[in-house]
Write a protein that binds this ligand. Structure first.
Ligand SMILES: Nc1ncnc2c1ncn2[C@@H]1O[C@H](COP(=O)(O)OP(=O)(O)OP(=O)(O)O)[C@@H](O)[C@H]1O
Ligand SMILES: [Mg+2]
Length: 282
């Protein structure tokens, strides 16, 4: 499997990005301590009638075979893969903690760069740290795939929250990883950007952010240049990262994406599927 790398510099070759140069750097600071427990937490706003109780969260099994089938971190992966995601985790955490950001969007200019897998593996890597818990939200209403990486069929989804007034507590799934909770989508929705910019989504993002004080919320979106879904919802999210595919993403796609994200706290880039060996291997 190719490495996932996060590098501050971009080099150009035939307009295709092969590694990186002059781009937002992820600063290095130690993460602060956050204590939480995904399986027993309830949302804590005393005056709210819509508290989310994790005790009711559905469970799906987490099998070691998910690594061989879908490249999902299960502990069965080689060390260099774990290391790549852990380095990404540490750098992102430093930036998030420094700026007091708690919600993060995963974006890429075009399809197939690896946003979803990177969001999944980063969420797992984050939740392996005892001090962090993560809520991973599938915000790709066009082609939802988070549930596929964890190999389950959602009984309810964000789509039901948006169209049928489903309670969030009935949608959340615990993939049998302590500290990680998923908010999946059951079926895709037409007019997805209108749903994402609806007041109901703003309410949802506020609730998730304000009530899960010790939780990092990661959103997985469709490609940035293919539709306006992500842009419709980004005002509700603290920061975003751009996933680029080595050898595929182009400099002009990068520039266009950076321009679109100029008001949305782009905190870094991830060059995914990198075949460039790390010169800092140890
Ligand atoms: N680091 C990696 N190494 C090898 N394969 C990868 C890596 N990252 C992603 N992939 C593979 O690339 C494919 C696309 O990944 P993923 O679904 O995460 O992309 P995406 O950007 O979310 O796509 P979309 O834009 O369609 O939502 C999958 O088959 C995934 O397993
Ligand atoms: Mg995806």
């Amino acid at each position: 499997m190719a490495n996932v790398v996060s590098k501050p510099n971009l080099k150009r070759g035939n307009d295709r990005l092969s590694a990186v140069d002059k781009f937002p750097e992820l600063p290095l600071v130690m993460p602060t301590q956050i204590t939480d427990d995904a399986s027993s937490e309830s949302m804590q706003t005393p005056n709210s009638s819509r508290d989310i109780h994790y005790r009711t969260t559905r469970k799906s099994p987490f099998l070691p075979s998910l690594f061989n089938r879908f490249r999902v971190l299960t502990g069965a992966e080689p060390d260099h893969v774990t290391t790549a995601y852990n380095m990404l985790r540490t750098r992102l955490l430093q930036t998030l903690n420094d700026a007091h950001y708690r919600s993060l969007a995963f974006l890429s200019p075009t399809a197939n760069a690896g946003k979803t897998l990177t969001a999944v593996n980063l969420s797992i890597s984050l939740s392996r740290e005892v001090n962090h818990t993560v809520l991973l939200v599938d915000a790709d209403l066009k082609h939802p795939t988070i549930h596929r990486y964890f190999d389950f069929t959602p009984e309810a989804g964000l789509d039901d929250y948006l169209t049928n007034d489903e309670e969030i507590e009935n949608i959340l799934v615990n993939p049998s990883i302590p500290g990680l909770v998923l908010l999946p989508i059951r079926r895709s929705l037409p007019n997805s950007s209108e749903f994402l910019s609806s007041p109901r989504m703003t309410v949802l993002s506020d609730e998730l952010k304000n009530r899960y004080h010790s939780r990092i919320i990661i959103y997985d979106f469709p490609p940035l240049l293919a539709c306006d879904d992500a842009l419709a919802f980004l005002p509700n999210i603290d920061a975003c990262v751009l996933v680029l595919e080595e050898g595929k993403s182009t400099e002009s796609e990068l520039k266009e994406s950076v321009k679109l994200l100029r008001h949305h706290n782009l905190i870094g880039t991830i060059v995914n599927k990198s075949k460039t060996p790390s010169s800092r291997a140890y």
